[in-house]
Design a protein around this ligand. Structure first.
Ligand code: MSP
Length: 535
């Protein structure tokens, strides 16, 4: 459990010593903030599409750590079900051996991308089985799981059933999955069903009472549309799949992989474990998901929880897809981009920044290598990198390498205050691209301030000191605001402008109030932060 090595590297604060923990998401007055990514199928190695949601989660939780919240960021792997069973068979191995081989590749990818998750859950772990069995039993005892016969179409890629009218034609042939565009299979078997149809009104009432639960709002409309179009019961067990968790009351059946997978969010906070109180972290603040799994998360999941007497999630952040040439990037599509290859070219922070800034969260984005390089050169090399280098060069030449203090009434103070307000509001709204745009507005304003004053042309003296003190203070504030996206760069700038300690230990909003740069400290230039890349 946990991720202590990353906790150390990031200087992340641990549990407050002797803190009083109470239900309802707060510890001795400190807010708790629990965020999850989807757990990724281990039939494929991690690709850019997976990295996308994970980086958004990492940045969002880093922001909340800066806000002083007690954060739990969970990711992991989805290891049961037919899809994994078939992938293992194709690889000529057992599902357990297969998943044991792939799951560490996700951990390694997240390590490389500087993802500071607090926990990594695998659905093959005993703690997960405990939670799934508890949730199934609660829904069964509530009378919401019943035996029936199912006959219909199944897509193994989605691990989901489809009705005739949901299927599409591909190349003139019918019965294809609308997501994977591959033929579906016909299944007929005795299944246990979750009586989702009973939850329509309760779900609509819940969403009416929590209108901002799903972000961005156009994705909320999609979820409501699914509920309003009528809810069908769904099968929660299979007798033809063996790789999974057996139902506690009927051992012939294995839990449906989505019932199993969704429960991971509760397993990680100790649901079903008598020695833990899962309500210390539950309900979760945000499930970050891709738009293709809205139905499972925003419809099935809260209904399952309502049935079991557990509170629904507080919120969902729904992202679009990263497309390659207009198609969803995926292993089955054969167009997966390995994020680690890109990091080799562009650096971890360059890659993280691109993923967060390029596509408004909730919309689809087209991934191109040229787009990546253009964004890197414009925002990182020319803007942030150039500002840091310029400030250090002028301070070296005109201020003897010692950073002057900022002016309390600096013309940049207003730009800083509005960058702080915009960045804060956007992170609150789970809108990373807007948050970074607000942060970068201060970088742009500071570059303009320097160009307007041209301190490099002036003689050393109080005027140059004033301009450079203001620029250094802006850079100090930028390094805190930009930290969720580019943590290593932020720390480097922090040190180069002569500041002690770690950015991770700064607390917003106090630390981003104008005037914190002490002055009288050494400023060093160092290597270029973001060398320009030739397109
Ligand atoms: N195992 C399920 C999730 C269970 S959560 C209880 C699953 N796994 S997945 O690996 O196929 O996809 C996980 C997430 O990655 C989904 O949210 C999906 O939208 C996202 N992405 C996969 N490919 C993607 C892109 N090309 N672009 C953006 N996100 C994409 O579904």
């Amino acid at each position: 459990m946990g991720n202590p090595s990353q906790a150390n590297r990031d200087g992340r604060p641990g549990e407050p010593a002797g803190a009083r923990v109470g239900p309802g998401g707060s510890v001795g007055g400190v807010s708790r903030f629990y965020v999850t990514t989807p757990i990724y199928y281990v039939n494929a190695e991690p690709h850019l599409g997976h990295a996308y949601t994970t980086i958004v989660g990492d940045a969002l939780t880093r922001w909340h750590r800066l806000m002083g919240d007690d954060v739990k960021f969970l990711t992991g792997t989805d290891e049961h079900g037919l899809k994994i069973q078939q992938a293992a068979e194709a690889a000529g191995t057992t599902p357990q051996a297969f998943t044991d081989e792939i799951a560490p590749k996700f951990r390694a990818a997240w390590e490389r991308l500087n993802i500071a998750h607090d926990d990594f859950i695998r659905t093959t772990e005993p703690r997960h089985r405990t939670a799934v069995v508890e949730l199934l039993q609660r829904c069964y005892d509530a009378g919401d799981i019943e035996l029936d016969t199912y006959s219909g179409w199944y897509c193994v890629g989605c691990e989901a059933y489809y009705t005739d009218d949901e299927l599409i034609e591909v190349d003139g042939v019918g019965n294809h999955c609308p997501i994977h565009r591959r033929p579906v299979e016909h299944f007929e078997e005795e299944n246990y069903f979750f009586r989702l149809s009973r939850f329509e009104d309760r779900l609509l009432d819940w969403y009416a009472a929590h209108p901002d639960a799903i972000k961005p709002s156009h994705r909320a409309n999609e979820a409501l549309g699914l509920i309003k179009s009528g809810l069908r019961d769904f099968s929660v067990s299979r007798t033809t799949v063996d790789w999974g968790i057996h139902l506690p009351w009927d051992d012939r059946h294995v839990a449906y992989v989505w019932f199993d997978a969704l429960t991971n969010y509760l397993s990680a906070v100790g649901f079903g474990d008598d020695t833990q109180d899962y309500t210390e972290w539950w309900p979760v603040d945000y499930h970050l998901i891709g738009k293709d799994i809205i139905r499972f998360h925003c419809v099935y999941w809260p209904a399952m929880l309502m049935s079991a007497g557990v509170e629904p999630p507080k919120g969902y952040g729904v992202g679009g897809w990263l497309l390659v040439g207009g198609e969803k990037m995926s292993k089955s599509g054969g167009n997966a981009v390995n994020p680690l290859d890109l990091v080799d070219d562009i650096g971890v922070d360059g890659f993280r920044y691109y993923v967060l800034a390029e596509t408004p969260y909730g919309s689809d984005g087209d991934f191109t290598y040229d787009g990546l390089v253009a964004r890197y050169n414009a925002d990182l090399a020319n803007n942030l990198g150039n500002l840091a280098a310029r400030v250090a060069t002028v301070v070296a030449k005109k201020c003897d390498g010692v950073g002057p203090a900022p002016r309390p009434d600096s013309p940049l103070a207003e730009a800083a205050a509005s960058a702080v307000a915009g960045t804060t509001a956007a992170w609150d709204d789970v809108a990373p691209s807007k948050a970074l745009d607000a942060t970068w507005s201060l970088i742009r304003a500071t570059n303009s301030h320097l160009e307007a004053n041209e301190p490099w042309k002036a003689d050393p003296g109080p005027e140059v000191d004033a301009v450079m003190g203001d620029a250094l203070e802006a850079l100090r504030i930028v390094s805190i605001l930009a930290y969720p996206a580019v943590p290593e760069t932020s720390q480097t700038i922090w040190e180069r402008i002569g500041l002690d300690g770690d950015v991770v230990d700064q607390r917003v909003p106090d630390a981003v109030a104008w005037g914190g740069y002490p002055g009288g400290v050494p400023v060093v230039k160092g290597d270029p932060l973001f060398p320009r890349i030739k397109a």
